[in-house]
Design a protein around this ligand. Structure first.
Ligand code: GTP
Ligand code: ZN
Length: 341
């Protein structure tokens, strides 16, 4: 078979797929138009607080007291997620149609089964990495979280919870000081004590926050205290499918009574263990990234080469040996991930 013939066939297939996609989009818009009877109110701003497949829940006026409206989305718009600000129009059945997406401050993404990055939550301002002396968060896991959360537009914070149990791993205070010296914002608190809760309330008082961290460090305890009126353990009723109770895996936005918003889902709490790129790796290790420019060889692997600036920086006490170890181990695990995608 000639090359030209093959490419014509391919072109035909592509055209067909595109035609089908267009037909589906037109059909979807026709259904939306039918549902709304052509009658729509004036455009308003709203905030997406949950998404269930094709439908989204938005909050009118983007404020805690605003009505929750179940909306459809016009087919020409990008995928929208919890935390997105949108322009929408009410229909006369208590629902609405989303017409436009307001520019995002930040976006958290996650690869789907095919490796394509999908948005998960929008406009996240800070990611709070919760660590604890018991179960003791391994220090290289803290590094991994810092890599995963290294995002130009999102502020990472390390929160050492269960300060009342610090005697079980007193060296964590020193580790926290080391992260502070690297430029990270760090806090130490006990979520089960009143002043600890107040400290955490202040941390999240503005904008959208996300909590991540390994199992048992106290994320649920913190979130349940921030949101005393929500019962987060109980699964949501899926109104989209009507199939009764199931625990939602989609991210939801909650207004915290003491101020600020929380975006949360079981998946988001494990965010630090999702994909990372080489670029993130360098952002998560700023002190190593800076020194690596001085290695003798451009492609230095920082393991055996003469003239390795990182090795020297460790000897001189400029870089912590454990940080370099962590960097190299995360880098090696990245190669595997990259090959899989
Ligand atoms: N001593 C002490 N215990 C705490 C503190 N915060 C949470 N805990 C306890 O730690 C245990 C685990 O807390 P969770 O809130 O379930 O931890 P988690 O991070 O949500 O864990 P997963 O749900 O598995 O992800 C519970 O028994 C809490 O009561 C604290 O500040 N001090
Ligand atoms: Zn080197």
């Amino acid at each position: 078979m000639s090359k030209r013939r093959l490419s014509r066939q391919q072109q035909h297939r592509i055209d067909k797929v595109q035609q089908e996609r267009l037909a589906r989009a037109q059909k979807k818009d026709a259904i939306i138009d039918e549902q709304i009877n052509g009658e729509l109110g004036a455009p308003e701003q709203g905030l997406i607080i949950a998404h269930y497949g094709a439908t989204l829940d938005l909050q009118r006026d983007s404020t805690a007291g605003g009505d929750i409206i179940r909306c459809n989305v016009r087919s020409n718009l990008p995928a929208m997620v919890t935390g997105d600000q949108v322009v929408w129009q009410p229909d006369n059945n208590g629902g609405g149609v989303i017409n436009a997406l307001v520019e995002r401050r930040s976006i958290l993404t996650r690869p789907d089964v095919r490796g394509k990055l999908r948005p998960v939550a929008a406009n996240v301002d800070r990611i709070i990495i919760v660590i604890a002396p018991s179960p003791r968060t391994p220090v290289n896991l803290i590094d991994r979280y810092l890599v995963a959360t290294a995002h130009d537009d999102i502020h990472p914070i390390i929160l050492l919870n269960k300060s009342d149990l610090l005697s079980k791993a007193p060296e964590m205070q020193q580790e926290l000081d080391e992260y502070k010296a690297l430029g990270y914002e760090t806090h130490i608190a006990s979520a089960t004590e009143v002043d600890g809760l107040q400290q955490i309330q202040q941390l999240v008082a503005e904008g959208n926050s996300v909590f991540v961290g390994q199992s048992g460090v106290g994320k649920s305890s913190i979130i349940n205290q921030l949101l005393p009126e929500e019962d987060l353990k109980v699964g949501d009723i899926s109104q989209a499918t009507g199939k009764g109770k199931h625990t939602t895996t989609t991210a939801k936005l909650y207004h915290i009574p003491s101020g600020g918003q929380l975006i949360d889902s079981p998946g988001i709490r494990e965010f630090g263990l999702w994909h990372t790129s080489l670029n993130d790796l360098h952002k998560g290790f700023p002190e190593i990234s800076e020194q690596s420019h001085y290695c003798k060889f451009n492609d230095c692997s920082h393991t055996h080469e003469p003239g390795c600036a990182l090795k020297k920086a460790v000897e001189d006490g400029v870089i912590l040996a454990r940080r370099l170890e962590s960097f190299l181990s995360i880098r090696d695990s990245l190669d595997e991930v990259d090959m899989r995608l």
